[in-house]
Design a protein around this ligand. Structure first.
Ligand code: 5GP
Ligand code: MG
Length: 178
């Protein structure tokens, strides 16, 4: 089994590149079917979703716009703990179909916050596409419209996903072993 070491941890190959690409193709086919006649705005979440977004968008047939956003986290000066601020969402989304692109949905909190931030923008509709989904960790009640691969509750890296910023460049996905 192929392994990589990132910082102090060892990860073993779990989802090879070929399987990832099949999942991306499956998601693209579903989006192409649903988006016929639409001009969606794809909104990718940085940093993790950059690779999924790049591979997926090459397969999208509808005319579309592409944008990226980031939640900037910082330690609060008060007892609120971690605060997140949305940066980069400048596109006028009024009456637009938005497709959120995420690398992985775990508890679902990040997307829940984004959906909340989008609520005042007057969208026509919003869809969620994620390459990876952890059903056993998901705690929210919104629908995840497009899912590439459902995975167990393990910590993974590669294909955009990092461990302390390392591992995003790996073309396969690896699972933490020790
Ligand atoms: P959620 O808000 O859904 O709990 O988590 C979403 C975010 O947590 C993802 O965008 C990702 O940044 C991070 N995350 C969740 N699970 C994993 C994982 O297994 N590996 C890595 N590298 N990041 C993860
Ligand atoms: Mg992410």
């Amino acid at each position: 089994m192929k392994k990589v070491t990132l910082h102090d941890k060892i990860f073993a190959l779990s989802i090879p590149d070929t399987e990832i690409q099949q999942a991306v193709e499956k998601v693209a086919a579903q989006i192409n079917k649903d988006m016929a006649g639409e001009t969606p705005v794809f909104v990718g979440l940085l940093n993790g979703a950059f690779m999924f977004a790049a591979d997926l968008l090459k397969l999208i047939e509808a005319p579309c716009e592409v944008s990226f956003i980031k939640y900037f986290s910082y330690a609060g000066t008060q007892s609120l703990g971690e605060v997140s601020e949305l940066i980069g969402l400048n596109t006028n989304l009024k009456n637009r179909t938005v497709i959120i692109l995420e690398d992985i949905i775990d508890t679902g909190l990040t997307i829940s916050r984004l959906l909340n931030d989008l609520q005042s923008k007057g969208l026509k509709q919003v869809k969620i596409a994620t390459l990876l989904f952890k059903p056993d960790a998901f705690k929210e009640n919104y629908a995840v419209d497009y899912i590439g691969i459902s995975i167990p509750n393990d910590f993974i890296v590669g294909y955009g996903l990092d461990y302390d910023e390392l591992g995003r460049n790996l073309k396969d996905i690896y699972t933490l072993v020790q």
